[in-house]
Structure formats: C-alpha cells, structure tokens
Design a protein around this ligand. Structure first.
Ligand SMILES: [Ca+2]
Ligand SMILES: [Ca+2]
Length: 338
C-alpha cells in the first residue's frame, strides 16, 4: 500500500487531490456558520456549526428547528436587540409569507413573529403613538415604547456571533440566525421561516467538499408533550419520584430545575435545569444548563449527556459527573477544565 502511494507521488498523480487537501483548512474555515445545500444530491441542507466545525443535517424544516435547539447559543432579549434585524429586499420582515400566516392586527408582522419581537399581536401600533410596529422597527424606534429608540447595535457582539444560531432563552427558545455576511439577525424560529432561511442562505456544495466536514449528531425532536416538573431537589429521592424521576426512567420529555444557595460561603444562587432529550443506544440523553450562576460565563451554554436511566436520576448524575465522558456541548470545557 505504502509502495503504491509512493509510486503515485512520484508520478505526480496525487498533485490535484493534495492541493485540495492542502486548501481544506481554509475551506473549512470559510464554511463555518454557513448553510449548505448538497447540489449533487437532492439539495439536502446542512448547517456548519462554527463552534465545532461539524456539519449538522437539517433535513426537513421541522428537523432544522431541532438542530438549532441543539447547537444554538442562549441569548438574553436585551442582547438580541443589540443585533440589527435582517429584512427582505422588499423591506418586509425576513421570511414572512403574508397571506399564508395569521396576522391578527394586519400590521404585516405575523402573530408568531410578534411573539419573537415582543410586540402585541393584536395591536398594529403596540405603544399607541400613531406609528405602526413595522414602521417603527424599520426606522430604529422601539415599537413598545413611544418615542424611544431601539438599543444601539453592538458591532462587536454581532461580529462575535456571525454564523451562530442564537436562542431566545427568556422567551420560548426561538432561533435566530446571525448571517455571517452582514451580521444581522434573521428569525428562523418556525418551520416556515427555517425553510425560507435554508433557501435564501443555502450555498451549493459538492459531495466531495461536504465529505471533508465531520458529521455532528442529529436533531433534538421537538416535544409538544414536554412535562415541566418545576423546581425540585434532585438529591431528594422522594421529591424526584413525584414527577421527573418516572419521566427519566422511561426517558420521556420532561424538564426540572434545581437550585443551590451558596450562602454563607459566598453570596449567590446556582440554578440548573435538566431537560430530557430522548432515548439513545447507551441510555437517556439529557440537556442541561445553568439558569443562574454568579459567573455569567457559565450561563446560556448547553451540556448534553447520556445517563444510565436504569438507575435513579441522582445516581446516574453522580456517575457522569465530574468526568463527563458521555457528554458534549459548549458548557463541557467549563466544567472539566478545573
Ligand atoms: Ca401582526
Ligand atoms: Ca407605535
């Protein structure tokens, strides 16, 4: 085998593939944060997650929403407002298909989009200042506060998030795509708008180039029957049996929050949330994140772990922490480096 390769090298026959291999790190960097369409196949869409350089299969628009919730970075509403909004060439809000979506107040912002923007779905002029919501947003005014301007754009923040998917954690986790080309945010929180985004932002890619990127894990299935178990002490077996424990045994969608008061050692509260994603070959996948932490760097970052759901949740967690060998996600390096 080695001999064969040497013969090829000597003949210069490998020059072309070698050249493309040598170019691959920069090609990979260029693809970070992009949405790709497999032109030599049936136009399947992929998203290249800039944090790990892996490609994530978007499949259907519904699946795309599930991928976004896996790879997305949580963002507060006040941060989100500092990233300028993207519009269609016509000046309409990106991805809207008026006439095909419910727009109760007829202000050209569909009801669902109003929820993401924080405006009133039943009032075309949410703050009653005689200017309608869309005109205010386009002119840089706050549609919810008469006379107030929208926050000034934070260029550094927008640049840092270029190519990322961000999730409105203070709302319903809606996804926005920060377009690497213009640093603006484009709403992709519904299947219709995810499809519009895949069509608009999708770049054609050959199967050979696509194959150079490692494939990431699949989407998180959206779970309308997610059970919210509220606040519980996860170390207390009796308390856990009320709601989250049985859901974990069967690996059914549920979430639970837990809180630890750090006083009197230091002032502060650690809040942590667990959300069951679904069954995997080697156990039950659970997504978790800090809901409060004195160190803001830990907030809004996800950790995905496989737990042994033949055991109690507390035992399963004890087994996985602190080595986190069955875990991945943005929070992992923060928890394993010290
Ligand atoms: Ca509306
Ligand atoms: Ca108004």
């Amino acid at each position: 085998m080695i001999k064969k390769i040497r013969v090829f090298l000597a003949c210069g026959l490998l020059l072309i593939p070698l050249a493309s291999q040598a170019a691959s790190p920069s090609m990979k960097a260029k693809l970070n944060g992009k949405i790709l369409l497999q032109v030599q196949s049936r136009g399947e869409a992929w998203y290249v997650n800039p944090t790990d350089g892996k490609r994530y299969f978007l499949g259907s628009p519904e699946m795309a929403i599930g991928v976004f919730s896996r790879v997305g970075l949580g963002i507060t509403n006040s941060q989100l407002l500092k990233i300028p909004l993207g519009f269609n060439a016509s000046g309409a809000l990106f991805g809207t298909q008026m006439g095909r979506e419910i727009d109760t107040d007829g202000d050209s912002i569909p009801d669902e989009y109003e929820a993401a923007l924080g405006t009133q779905p039943s009032l075309a002029d949410s703050d009653n200042d005689s200017f309608n919501d869309l005109d205010e947003i386009r002119a840089g005014y706050d549609p919810m506060m008469s006379g107030a301007r929208l926050p000034v754009s934070d260029k550094a923040l927008a640049n840092r998030l270029k190519g990322r998917i961000v999730l409105q954690v203070e709302s319903r986790g809606q996804a926005w795509y920060i377009n690497p080309a213009d640093g603006r945010r484009y709403y992709m929180g519904t299947p219709e708008r995810a499809l519009a985004g895949m069509r608009f932002f999708g770049l054609g890619i050959t199967n050979t180039d696509l194959a150079q990127l490692q494939e990431g894990p699949g989407a998180i299935a959206s779970s309308p029957d997610l059970v919210d178990c509220g606040m519980s002490d996860i170390e207390n077996e009796a308390a856990m049996q009320a709601c989250f424990g049985p859901q974990f045994r069967t690996c059914s969608p549920a979430k639970v929050r837990t809180e630890v008061n750090l006083a009197p050692l230091i002032e502060g509260i650690i809040g942590y949330e667990y959300e069951i994603v679904g069954p995997r070959a080697d156990g039950c996948e659970v997504k978790s994140r800090y809901t409060s932490n004195p160190n803001p760097e830990y907030l809004n970052k996800n950790l995905f772990c496989r737990y042994d759901n033949r055991r109690s949740f507390n035992d399963a967690v004890q087994e996985v922490f602190p080595a986190l060998t069955t875990c991945s996600g943005e929070l992992k390096p923060y928890l394993t480096s010290r």
